[in-house]
Design a protein. Sequence first.
Length: 531
Amino acid sequence: MPEPRDDRAAADDVAESFRRLQDDLPKIWEVIQRGHPQAYTSVVVPSLSFDPDELEKIQGVSFYEERLLFTLIRLRDPRARVIYVTSQPVHPEIVEYYLQLLTGVPASHARRRLDLVCVFDASAKSLTEKILERPRVVRRLREAIGNRRLAYLTCFNSTHRERDLAIELGISLNAVDPDLLYLGTKTGSRRTFAEAGVELPEGLEDVRDRTQVVGALVELAARRPGLREAILKLNDSFAGEGNATYAYPTPLPDGSTARRKAIDAELDRIRWSSSSETLDGFMEKLARMGGIVEERIVGGELHSPSVQLRVDPDGELEIVSTHDQVLGGPTAQGFVGCRFPAREPYRQVIRDRAVEIGRVLSAKGVISRFAIDFVVARDGDDDWRCYAIEINLRMGGTTHPFMALQFLTGGEIEPESGCFVTQQGTRKYYFATDQLKSPTYQGLLPEDFIEILMQHGLHFRPSTETGVLFHMIGALSQFGKVGVTCIGNSPEEADLFYKKTVEILDRATGFEGEPSRHLALLFDEAVPRME
């Protein structure tokens, strides 16, 4: 049915309003990058605008709004103002924790350039929805911004709600145009990889019901004789929470009818990445958002690196960083942490593949930060096989630790090696996770936690530019969960900082068991070995 004329005209007006706002981004970017004397404002709305059913799978998800508190480090620039909006109040001790990281800037000066705005709404709605539902909050934000031509909106991910908020505030959105979000779905990712000529797992896209899933599994088995496992993925899931692992029956029966029936029966024994997922729930979401079925890559050695890129408002493509992702959960597909940088043997390979994909995305109009996930595998001393897995057109679990490293040290990536080098010429490495948790950590208020840090010297040292940074501190009291970024002058030193952190927190909170549940994140046992 054709769209009503008035609705179509309204949609065109919205698109035109957004386009005009986005025209200001190159000027804002030049002011920030070139050190112009003008003051500018960063409005940070750390909204996780995802499917609510998928968000429910993450423990303490409301406190993930604190992950972008690292953006307060922008206040190191005396021209910068930051307006940071949250669903619930951020404890003053947590704010002070970040402001004390601003070496060379008096905390009082930074505090005057910071506005914290809270909507006092703990519901499951996205933060952006909560703001849009409150006209007085929107008006207050507009008044606080000042010069809108030198202001921009930063979000964790971009949807049409974030676009609407940018229009309401009258400022540019430093994120991908929501009309291009299809490119970052699982189906869109696979088609983008194919367009870029980059190798990807065998698979089929845009499946929407059980019949199509079974048909895709049958077709996949025909294309890959002897395939043992396949992965089902929801188009709009994240952090691996919308994935499921399917094991083919062995042996597969002869005859198309018998084979299809046997493959269908195994769906009832599928393994979920999220312990709360069910087949009925998965199929409901699949009908709503679509998904893919693809082969599970196997090898004697297997890793899951990623490349983070950025397309500047002027269209320039830049490699930001590489990481080795640490995966866990029931099927070892959930993101639990990362190491920077990715391992040297395949670092350049994934960088080259990412650039090819990034050029396709840039040509389609994608701007701002995004990431590309890969799987690399090899058997024995064979060459690494590299497969592109998915595109994340948003910030992710690797964004905030790298952002912190960059702002704290003022360093940059070496183009040749992909390593990070400070202004003093020292290479830096880190291990980061959002998943340091223990029942004994529950009940720790922010002031209790920061007292432990001060007593035991668990902090970042500007003199050596090494140490430990914490995030999601607010999640400790209810969930016993906190995030850490451990920065060292070598991978081994970064790991030692993490081990020391675990030992101190366990001892301070009376934990008497083995710390292996934490320390396993440091080793390859967090990633399955598929023979």
